[in-house]
Design a protein around this ligand. Structure first.
Ligand code: COA
Ligand code: HC5
Length: 634
């Protein structure tokens, strides 16, 4: 290594992810030019924290928290001390938050990745109905993935922009050839994207049996669709038995249990080699058994659940390695999609890859060239000891309970899409978030702490912050929406309708302002988390502010939501983050909106289909309101 480069390497701050070493030259230049994530001013965050509590806690709780905030913020107090610590950290690191976030939100989170962390994506149903069609589509899909990979490898992936600002591209370099590894207290991520050990194979799984499939020719060119099809057929034909142990089900367990089972599994050399082959693969392709037939109206919800968890140990849940960052799923009945392990990346880079792959699958196949025979893909063998068998049985049981507990409802809202709010000069995202507030309020009679993901990718190594969609303005709007009308005072337009419209517009404006503040790095959630983690790092006693009931209420997100726009007409889904909450993911298209709503059956108070129903009604009522009050009359 060149001396100066070596010095630069050594000077680099240490972190869990060390992307700089991996990024190629041109991108590195792009990355270094990105701004670093700011630490917001302490007083600003505390003021905004109190505002955010207003719609979700009682007056008494709020006044108690006001006192705690006053204590925390006083000159020379603990708040200032922690803030200084954060500012020092920001000077020393590429991004003061990213390693902390990765650990707190993912690697140290102990619940199973299935349902609790890994999102699923349902792609439009394909029109094949048999194995030939399934394998041909899977082959095309793999070719599309390799095409996208070549853009990453050659640095031809265009830099993305949001609101005219260039975005951090680091996540694209973390999604292929990577895998999560369970650990007793904290997991880790391995990445085989570059260097000598760069991956050349994918892992294919069929009937719970894993194979290592080399996807490059000896001259380095990717295999063609035809070649891939032949290789997939070989895999299929050597994995016809359906009585195999679903070894992959181990990855669905609680992380501590899985970490123990992992150690045990890897004691055997054959097992270790097989696990390494899966971990180091570019991605996994799961050739699934068909789902049980269901009626048309529950089909889409059932597929979303399939993508999230595989349907249970008797169906396809063992046909996965859930720690693998990217798993593409192609079932014999034409349903297909993806499940991804969330730690290395947010949804948008994954969806950009999917959009590319889906478009690629629509291209006509290229001219067939003469095919030289390829070696048989390597079957990955596992020796199952009685102890491993016990771990598998335990994992099966836990997974089946989780599968039974998950309630998913997909709703394609087809009355209108982004175009309608735009025509009313309202941000579509704000409109949808307000509809969610209205639906929740109508169901429960109060507002709840609401999380919406905001991208921090304007900053180097940025991930997300939280848009708190429940605001004083949203509460005023939802309360007004169903209050009994005043008698019409003779004008053609009921004055109350006008007032509601104004409240809707103001609340939408407030949401848009919060969004802008969040994507500029000035939201409150990650800052508060940073102050709390700084307190832990400095070994000062935990400030009372973080042990307060109101803080717990604010962090208990009964509505956990995310907008993930895609060019493909796909449905994206994830689980709730609290036992009595909803997960709501939406993909707003121009003339319709795809929603997936999740809840837990074990909670008597939540119901995904009911929420979907109220959401549909809320969206329709809001449109009717706006249409009844033309803007010119306001
Ligand atoms: N009048 C007319 N049009 C408007 C408008 C208004 N008042 N406000 C916004 N629009 C338009 C926008 O120009 C945009 O147009 P386009 O469809 O041509 O691009 C469109 O409406 C959508 O804008 P909006 O609904 O306001 O949302 P957004 O695209 O700005 O997205 C977030 C908001 C929060 C989703 C986005 O900032 C973000 O952070 N995305 C990443 C989230 C994420 O990472 N999710 C996954 C986590 S894993
Ligand atoms: C394919 C869609 C994936 C969306 C996943 C997502 O939104 O994850 C959120 C990430 C974040 O940091 O906000 C977390 N959330 C699912 C809990 C909203």
């Amino acid at each position: 290594m060149h001396r100066r480069q070596k010095q630069a390497e050594q000077a680099r701050p240490r972190g869990l992810l060390k992307p700089w070493g991996r990024l190629p030259g041109r991108l590195q230049l792009h990355q270094v030019a990105l701004p670093t994530l700011p630490v917001p001013p302490l007083q600003q965050t505390l003021d905004r924290y109190l505002l955010a509590l207003e719609p979700i806690v009682s007056r008494e709780e709020l006044s108690h928290t006001q006192q705690l905030v006053a204590e925390f913020r006083r000159p020379g107090g603990v708040g200032e001390r922690l803030q200084k610590g954060l500012e020092r950290r920001a000077k020393k690191t590429e991004n003061w938050l990213s390693d902390w976030w990765l650990k707190t939100a993912y690697l140290e989170y102990r619940l199973p990745v299935v349902v609790h962390s890994s999102p699923g994506v349902v792609l439009p149903k394909q029109d094949f109905l048999d194995r030939q069609g399934q394998l041909r589509f899977a082959a095309k899909l793999i070719e599309g993935i390799l095409d996208f990979k070549s853009m990453i490898d050659n640095e031809t992936l265009p830099v993305e922009y949001m609101g005219g600002k260039p975005l951090c591209m680091n996540q694209y370099y973390q999604i292929l050839s990577s895998c999560r590894i369970p650990g007793p207290k904290r997991d880790s991520i391995v990445n085989y994207a570059q260097g000598k050990r760069q991956s050349r194979h994918i892992a294919v799984v069929h009937n719970f049996q894993f194979f290592e499939l080399d996807v490059y020719n000896s001259d380095g060119s990717p295999l063609s669709t035809e070649q891939l099809f032949i290789q997939l057929e070989k895999i299929w034909n050597t994995s016809l038995q359906t009585n195999k142990e679903p070894i992959g089900i181990l990855t669905t367990n609680h992380r501590n249990s899985w970490a123990k089972a992992y150690n045990n599994l890897l004691k055997d050399r054959t097992n270790k080699e097989s696990v390494r082959a899966i971990e180091s693969s570019i991605c996994t392709v799961c050739l699934d058994a068909p789902m049980p037939r269901v009626s048309h109206d529950v089909y889409s919800s059932r597929v979303a659940a399939q993508m999230l968890h595989g349907g249970g140990s008797h169906l396809n849940s063992g046909n996965r390695w859930f720690d693998k960052t990217l798993q593409f799923i192609v079932a014999e009945d034409g349903s297909c999609g993806l499940v991804y392990e969330h730690a290395p990346s947010e949804g948008p880079p994954i969806v950009a890859l999917l959009d590319h792959v889906v478009e690629f699958t629509k291209k006509p196949e290229q001219e067939r060239s003469a095919l030289s025979p390829l070696p048989m893909p390597r079957k990955l063998r596992f020796n199952i000891t009685p102890e491993i068998k016990k771990d598998i049985e335990q994992a099966k049981q836990n997974l089946n309970i989780l599968v039974e507990d998950l309630d998913v409802k997909v709703m394609v809202f087809h009355h209108f899409g982004k175009a309608f709010p735009k025509s009313e000069k309202i941000s579509p995202d704000a409109f949808i978030q307000l509809a969610l507030q209205l639906a929740y309020y109508r169901m429960y009679g109060h507002s709840c702490a609401t999380y919406e993901s905001a991208s921090l990718r304007r900053f180097r190594l940025g991930r997300t912050d939280t848009i708190r969609s429940a605001s004083a303005a949203s509460l005023r709007f939802v309360q007004a929406m169903d209050s009994p009308g005043q008698p019409n005072s003779g004008s053609s337009l009921c004055p109350q309708e006008q007032e509601k419209t104004e409240l809707l517009r103001r609340a939408a404006q407030a949401h848009r302002e919060y969004t802008d503040m969040a994507i500029q790095g000035n939201a409150i959630d990650r800052h508060l988390l940073g102050l709390k983690l700084q307190a832990i790092e400095d070994l000062v006693s935990m400030p009372e502010l973080f042990m307060d009931t109101a803080y717990a209420v604010a962090m208990h997100f009964n509505l956990s939501t995310s907008q993930v726009p895609a060019r493909t007409d796909c449905v994206m889904c994830f689980g709730p983050v609290v036992p009595d909450g909803y997960g709501v993911c939406y993909n707003p298209m121009e003339h319709h909106i795809n929603f997936a709503i999740s809840a837990f059956n074990s909670c008597a108070d939540t119901n995904a289909a009911r929420m979907a129903h109220y959401l549909e009604q809320a969206l329709l009522d809001m449109r009717a309101l706006l249409q009844a009050t033309p803007r010119s009359k306001l």
